[in-house]
Every structure is written in C-alpha cells, then in structure tokens.
Design a protein around this ligand. Sequence first.
Ligand code: NI
Length: 201
Amino acid sequence: MPDKSTSSEVVASGASPSAEVAAEAVASAPARKIYPIVKYGDPILEKPTATVKTFDAELEQLAENMFASMYAAQGVGLAAPQIGLSLRLSVIDVTVGKNPEAKIVIANPEIIHAEGEVREEEGCLSIPGFRGYVMRPQFVTVRAQNVKGETFEIRGENLLARAFCHEIDHLNGVLFLQHLSMLKRDLIKRKIKKLKKQGEW
Ligand code: NI
C-alpha cells in the first residue's frame, strides 16, 4: 500500500531517515536489488500464489530485496506477485523504513482472527494513482512463518491490520479493487484502460 509520507523520509536501506547514516548503512550492507513493480493488468496479480517451501539464504535475500523495492516505491507492504513471483510471501513495514524493528516478513500467512471494522482509503503499488475506501477489520491476528521457517503469530491494529489483509489478499490473487463498489471499480478499470491505450500504464 502506498504511504502518505514524503519521499525524503524514505531511504533504501530502511535503517534511518538521516541521509548521512543511510549512506553509511548502504555502503556496509550488501547490494539490494530494486524490483520494478508489476502493474494491474498482469495476470500474475490475480492468481493464487504457491506455498513457500524452502527457507534458505536465498529467501532471506529475496525478502530484503522486497523491502528495498517497497521502500523505493514508498509503500508499506509488498507481496511477491507484485515483483512477478507467484510465491506466498509478503513484506510489511508501516513505518516505511523509519523503524527497522517494524519490518515484518510473512511467509504462508493466514488470518486466524479478525475483529471490528474500519472503513479507510486504500491504495496499491500495482494500481498507482488510484485509491478507494475499503472496509477492513480493526484488529487481525496472523499466523505465518518468518524467513527461517519458524511459525509465529502477530496481531495488528488499524493500518497494520489493513496491511496484513491487503497483502494476504495479494497472495490469494485478490486486489483492493474487488472490495470496491462495482461502480467505483469499473470507473477505475476504464481509466486504466484509457491510460494503457495512451501508453501511460
Ligand atoms: Ni497492493
């Protein structure tokens, strides 16, 4: 999901909002691959993904590259299909790199509990320029595996709960457009079709 924060606060390393410290962190950290984000219209975004089965150094690197790609795009969440990989893996950081401890990797996640309702505007890095109001639970509990394959449970509230729902939807081939009214959804689809025709999508 795109975030409203300014781009100057977003750093590729995800370590610090300070440019100087960020430059140092980038220098010492391994090089990160920034993936282009797959846009709406690519069928990979609307297909359920495959279970993560191998938890190795490669998966860890993939997750870090997904964080880097997400920060570069100023998002708070990114799912593997959005970089062209049909894999049940998402990364989330509702602080957009301001707090390294807020980085969450969810492999093979499932929502095991949901509570309350919040209607809030939502967007998606794969549908840039469009937003819509989506009803989501206020609290969700997710059971997932981390990059090491260890199962954990995590509870999210408000934006984090929304991010969990949005990213897990992605892994099921569901986009936020599907939660909008048919009228609003068709309007957005028509505009995207027009942008495609103009070569701007
Ligand atoms: Ni999205």
